[in-house]
Design a protein around this ligand. Sequence first.
Ligand code: FAD
Length: 401
Amino acid sequence: MVIAGGGLAGAQTAARLRERGFAGRVTLVGAEPHPPYDRPPLSKDVLLGKGGPEPPALDVDFAALDVRLLLGTAATGLRVADRVLETDAGPLPYDHLVLATGAEAATLPGTAGLPGVHVLRTLDDARRLRPVLEARGSLVAVGAGWIGAEAATAARAAGCEVTVVEAAGGPLAGVLPAEVAEPMRAWYAGAGAVLRTGEAVTAVRAGEVELAGGAVLGADAVLVGVGSRPATGWLAGRGVELAADGSVRADARLRASAPGVYAAGDCASFPSARYGRRLLVHHWDNALSGPDTVAAGITGGITGAEDAPPYDPVPYFWSEQFGRYVQYAGYHAPGDALLWRGDPAAGEGWSVCWLGAGGALRAVLAVDRPRDLTQGRRLIKRGAALDAGRAADPAVPLKAA
Ligand code: FAD
C-alpha cells in the first residue's frame, strides 16, 4: 500500500486502513520534511506563535500503526501498467495507491521567489511570514478570501498595519453571494484593517503591490492569497484521468481511473448524487472523511466484502476571522432562495439558509451560531424541507417543516 501525500488525507488513509484491519505494508510518501501535520492552525495560532506543538499535531501515531514515512520525498510520476509510483528517491511498487497530494497555493505570474512575497499553504510558509507579524511590520494581502481574511485577522492581532486588496466587489466573492458576504466587509474596518475591493492588482514586486488605478501600496510583506489548486501536475499524462480543474477525477467510491488507484482530499473531485454535480472540496472535513471510503474500498476488495457506500458528504468548513466563528455546510446553487436568521447589523450572530425546490435546505452559513450549523447540517443530510416562516425567527431552532 503506497500513499502519495503526507497531509490530513494521507494520514487518515493510513489510520483508517489499519482500523479496518489492513495488515499489509503501508508506505506514506510526503514531499514536506515534516511529519503530517494539521494545516488550519497555520493561518491562525501558528502565525502568532501561539497554540500547542509545532508542527500542529494530527492525532495519528504512525509508529504504532506500523506505517513507513518517506518524508522529504516527492512523487514524480506513475507507471499504471506496472503499478509503480516514481519518486525522487526511486520507484515504489504498489498493489494499491492512494493519491493524497492535496493542493498548492495559486500564485500571481512572476511572483514566485520574490523576496517579501508570500503564500500560506505550508508550515514553512507560516514560519517565513511569522517574523513580519512579530516585528509588527506592514502587510498587504492580495485576495479577500479565507486565507486573506484569516491572515489579516492574525496580523491585526499582532499589531500590524494591514491592507487587503480584492479585485471583486466584496470579500469571499466566488464563494458566497455578494449580499451574504457584504456584512463581512465591516469586519475588516472593525479590526482596523483596510479592505480595498474592486481593485485589481496589476503587479507584485518585492515590497509593493501595484493596483489597476495606478496606486502603489508598499509593505514589509505581501501575501498572495488567491486560492489553491490540486497538486497534480506530476500526474499529467500518467494514465490517471484529471478533470479540467486539475483534480483527480475519482468515482463515487473515490477510485481513480487506473486499476488499484484511489484519491482523497484536496486533490480529488468526486460525483455527488446529492448535489447532482462533481465536487472539488478544499476543506479539512473532506480530507478527514474521504479516506474512510478509500480504506473501505481497499479492504473490501481484498476480503470480497460488499462495496463501500458511495462518498457523498454534505461539505463542511469553518473559518475564524475578526473574532467571528464562521461555518458553512452544504452546497448552494444560484437559483436557491435565501433565508436570513438574525440581522448582521445588530452586531450579534446571524445565519443564512439556502432553500432549493420545495423548501429543501441545501446549505447554511452560520456566523457565531454553531447550533444553526449543527441543526442545519443534519437537515441537509436528510434532504429535509424548512418551514421558511418559522425558520426566519432566529429564536426558533431549525427544524424540518
Ligand atoms: P494537504 O493538506 O495539502 O496535504 C497534501 C500533502 O501532500 C502536503 O504535505 C504536500 O506537500 C504533499 N505533496 C504534494 N505533492 C506531493 C508529491 N508530488 N509527492 C509527495 N507529497 C506531495 N479548512 C477548513 O475547513 N477550515 C479551516 O479553518 C482551514 N484553514 C486552513 C488554513 C490554511 C493556511 C490552509 C492552507 C488550509 C486550511 N484549510 C481549512 C483547508 C484544509 O487544511 C485542507 O482542506 C486540508 O489540509 C486538505 O488535506 P489534504 O491531505 O488533502 O492536502
